[in-house]
Design a protein. Sequence first.
Length: 647
Amino acid sequence: MDQTDPDATGAPPVPGVDTSRISGIAAIAVYILGAAGLLLAINQVFLLNLFGFQPLGNSYLYYLIGIFLAIAFITIPARRSASRRVDWFDWVLSALTLIACGYLGLHGIDIIQQGWEFSAPTEANFAAGMVLLATLEGVRRGGGPLLLGTALLFGSYPLFADYMPGFLWGTSFSFTETIRIHVLGVESIIGIPMQVVAELVIGFVIFGSVLTATKGADFFMDLATALLGRSRGGPAKVAVLGSGILGSLSGSVISNILTSGPFSIPTMKKIGYPATYAAAIESCASTGATLMPPVMGTVAFIMASFLGVPYADVVAAAFLPALLFYIALLFQVDMYAARNGLKGLPSSDLRPLGKVLLDGWPYLLCLSVLIFVLMVMRLETYSPYAASVVLLVTTALRGETRLDLERAKALLVDTASNIASLVAILAGIGLVVGGLSYTGVAGAFSRELLLYAGNNVPLMLIAGAVTSFVLGMGMTVSACYIFLSILLAPALIEAGLNPLASHLFILYWGMLSYITPPVALASITAANLAGANPMKTGLYSMRLGGALFVLPFIFIHDNGLIFEGSIFGIIRSFLIAAAALWALTSAFEGYLYGIGPANFLSRVLMGIAGMMAIIPEFYSDLIGLALILCVYATHLFLLRNNRGTTS
């Protein structure tokens, strides 16, 4: 992953993209293709019929893939050691991809009406083969060799499915037929992942880029600093709150670290947090970006499509678990600061809250518009565009946030590069979906898993957690989720678990690889900024992010945490879960509010109390509460006796 310098907007680099390549003719190509791709998306979403052009659904997807894969070949080098210029073969790949996808787009209605998926003209077969090769090269550049291997393995499964034993047996296809079903069919390259990008994700990518270009990141970090900077361990709390807000609007873990980390990590180190601890806090706080509404990550949009529910329902279900995760992080950094006597920032280093809010009203207004259109009006497709327009108009009133020509060009490059990276990866992941769907193996695998588990739900959850975690080490979170949503989620649902909770469970465990060695991309990125040991940072991140290991097992059994049930039940579930996380945090950090440092026995008892409260059962909650009261009563009794002896 290249970590080049931020562009003129102040935005962090897109993972995998080398911005130094985007100059001269390459920059002109990206400007033209990027503008064309964005106009195409806006034309399709709002049915504008610009210049009398309104393509069919499949034609639109082919045009989009052609444009943004071409951009990906320009912006993402073929190998890390490649030269800092666009090579001749990058131009050739871009041109051939545009021609092949353009041909298929022009014949979109023929593909449907004449059934080209089953029998196509020779030139259509050649175009399909070219698109397939471009897709494989795109996923290699954007996702790495392991993701390419996964796409190849499952994408080629139709070639040998009838040779596989037992439930792995499936319908086989010839080589040419396999190419056609992947490229001309509607369940592979232009399947759900790409449809979600085309219909929903592009708008939110535009919003995130506009927010960064208009200095929204600066405002939200200033807001977090004004709110929590003075408190003990203030910079760490600022990192948690600031990264949580930024992540909720960008959905990108690594970009979040590269945006907030250069500010938060040095400030944490300045007041006494060790470099390793500071990096771990930033990596955990940024990892929550994938979970925190309203934007979350790309995977949340894909989840909504797989479940067949509005995106707003996914946002609502994800809110309380994400809030609990950030509450647990705040507990930990506060207890660490209290135990180690760390102070906050001096008032002279802070801007008054009123002044921050007055200057940042455009960002609060656009966020309000986004949430209102998304959650109240339920117009999820339009919400990011409405928020982007409001933000561009309101920030144009001030010179320091107004877009000039250079920043507008940088905004275009940033947006196009982000979308290109997504298209390159998700088109390749579509091969996994198509390979499993067309052979019929996906449904058979789920039924077999349910049979082998003997309807033992805890066993299935543990197996699912381990599988999600292992796959998350080698895949993007989106790839891991898509793979398991096809194979594992149906078995969990058939076992009687809530569909939305089951899909969230897979997402949570898949994203743990961001903070867990040996992969730990978030921890490694933050460690580089902090000058800390990456492995130690990963281990600290695991401890600080312990809530992520626990929360999925809470909400998959207690659906009150995903806003299902009565208001009383939801509030009760939230308070019990918060108490459980507080008890576990006290055990981890060795500190009791109102008491001070805790001894070994108290830490053990608080840990047991937290685990008992996690179990969704009335009597276990009572036992957990009793243990907490017992620990506090004992400490208060000892404190009173010590005071009496001293006096």
